[in-house]
Write a protein that binds this ligand. Structure first.
Ligand code: KG4
Ligand code: ZN
Length: 362
């Protein structure tokens, strides 16, 4: 089966054509991503109206390019939730028109589930259920995933997302938006410089919160502690600029604290919900230190870690197409009334309606 996936929930306009075989083998024929980062970097974050307009300008060419040298699709999958509503509406409207013109089934996809489905693009696995950690700019949650389609959240951030914290700390350290990837490189330098010397690191508060049987995170206290530390350092040294050493120390300490905290709750969640597979997905899954920490955890628990390669961690159309394959198999097909939803509540109700219609047909 050949699927065209369309993604426009935040600041990347993306489209991809993949094919998926019954046994779960997938092939990515095209994967086009048009990023708006250079536009939003001017404002230090995503400006929703500018993002919607940029999607509107880019989407036709992005989809055309994705379809150019790829086999003709049998279905179109599109991200319909969650995300910035104006951005989602561009992708949903475009996908609806194309599906109608080509007389193809239209598959509504949840962005978070798509991040997890990216794991299938380069790895063949088929189990009844597995655990997944999604760490992105907008979400940080641990899920129990059944039949690749039913997601039960077993832990989540109570405030900021992990990527949001990386970007905010990057900003106070003077890095351009989004700071996640640059923070990764700074932390690497810090670890090379300070090694395991505790004096090289600042004791920031852990994002792991609650009792042992709670698998939640909170990144706002950690973020505030870093901001306070930066302000105190500047005041103490009577300067507006941090020294290069101090920037490294902060990036290293922040990253160490995030990795340790994320692993603490993930470990507890995996212990309470045993499974042979863990999927690590989302934009922050590109972080080399987090990948290493989660990989060590999985090794110690004898769990197979599946994580997309770096280009497939960030937002892309191939992950939407992959999720489309599993949704299509489960009979999740939208009609012409498909709408976009900024949050999960609306989209859950919509998917429940589709399931009810599907079940009443069978
Ligand atoms: O999944 P994604 O592309 O978009 C959302 O769905 O939010 O994630 C984007 C986030 C940004 O916060 C970005 O800074 C972060 O992923 N990110 C990273 C790295 N690469 C991207 N964070 C830490 N280390 C990285 N190497
Ligand atoms: Zn994303």
């Amino acid at each position: 089966m050949v699927i065209l996936g369309i993604e426009s929930s935040c600041d990347e306009t993306a489209a991809s054509v993949i094919s998926a075989e019954e046994g779960g083998v997938m092939k990515v024929h095209s994967n086009i991503v048009s990023s708006q980062i250079s536009i939003h970097a001017l404002y230090g974050g995503v400006v929703p109206e500018i993002a919607s307009r940029a999607h509107c300008e880019a989407i036709t060419n992005v989809v055309r390019k994705a379809m150019e040298n790829a086999p003709a699709p049998d279905a179109i999958a599109v991200t319909f939730a969650p995300g910035l509503i104006g951005c989602l509406l561009v992708g949903v409207s475009f996908a609806k028109s194309l599906a109608s013109a080509l007389e193809l089934p239209l598959i509504p996809i949840d962005h978070i589930k798509a991040h997890v489905a990216a794991a299938h693009l380069e790895n063949v696995f088929s189990v009844d259920s597995y655990n997944a950690l999604v760490v992105s700019g907008g979400h940080t949650s641990i899920y129990r995933v059944d039949r690749d389609i039913d997601f039960t959240e077993i832990g989540s951030t109570r405030d900021d997302a992990c990527g949001e914290a990386f970007d905010k700390v990057g900003r106070v350290l003077g890095l351009p938006y989004p700071g996640g990837a640059a923070m990764d490189r700074l932390a690497q330098k810090a670890f090379e410089k300070f090694g395991s010397d505790p004096k090289g690191y600042i004791p920031f508060p852990s994002p792991a919160v609650g009792d042992d049987d709670c698998f939640d995170y909170s990144f706002s206290g950690l973020k505030t502690a870093v901001i306070n530390h930066v302000n105190n350092e500047k005041q103490r040294n009577r300067t507006d600029v941090l020294s290069e050493d101090e920037i490294l120390r902060i990036a290293g300490s922040f990253t160490r604290t995030v990795c340790a905290g994320v692993v603490t709750k993930l470990d507890a969640a995996m212990k309470a919900n045993p499974s042979e597979i863990l999927v690590l997905a989302g934009g922050v899954a590109a972080n080399s230190h987090l990948r290493k920490a989660v990989s060590e955890l999985c090794e110690s628990r004898k769990v197979r870690l599946i994580t997309p390669s770096i280009p497939l961690c960030g937002d892309n159309g191939a992950m939407v197409a992959s999720a489309g394959y599993y949704s299509f198999r489960a009979g999740i097909i939208a009609d012409s009334s498909l709408n976009a939803f900024a949050s999960d509540e609306g989209s859950k109700a919509y998917l429940d309606q589709i399931r009810q219609k599907r079940d009443s047909r069978s």
